[in-house]
Write a new protein. Sequence first.
Length: 125
Amino acid sequence: MKIIQLIALLLVFSASLAQKKGKKTIVTIPSAPGIVFEVGKGEILEGAIKIKFAKDTKEGVNAETKYLTNLYGELNVDWKPFGSEFYNVNGKIYNLINIEFINKDGKTKDEFTTIYFDVTDCNKK
């Protein structure tokens, strides 16, 4: 019985560590065939959304747009980017994209968010 309790305790401890480390979820979307997204929160560098299996930078940038469209709706109808910056941090390349949300009448909502993508793999090709 003590072995089962010990195993249960270890499983709970491992799950807790995984959450603290910001374990990512693997996501694919139909509009970006062949691309895999390792999804963290995306709102900070450590939780950046990693784009995997893009053939090159262009495909990586297209994958970012497709991911955001899948998440927020149609580009320039539901949301629009208003700035993008690349950062090189500890050998990794990140693209920070600022997003503004749009009302149904076409006016901006004064709601913003920033999403970080890890595009390191896209730039190695």
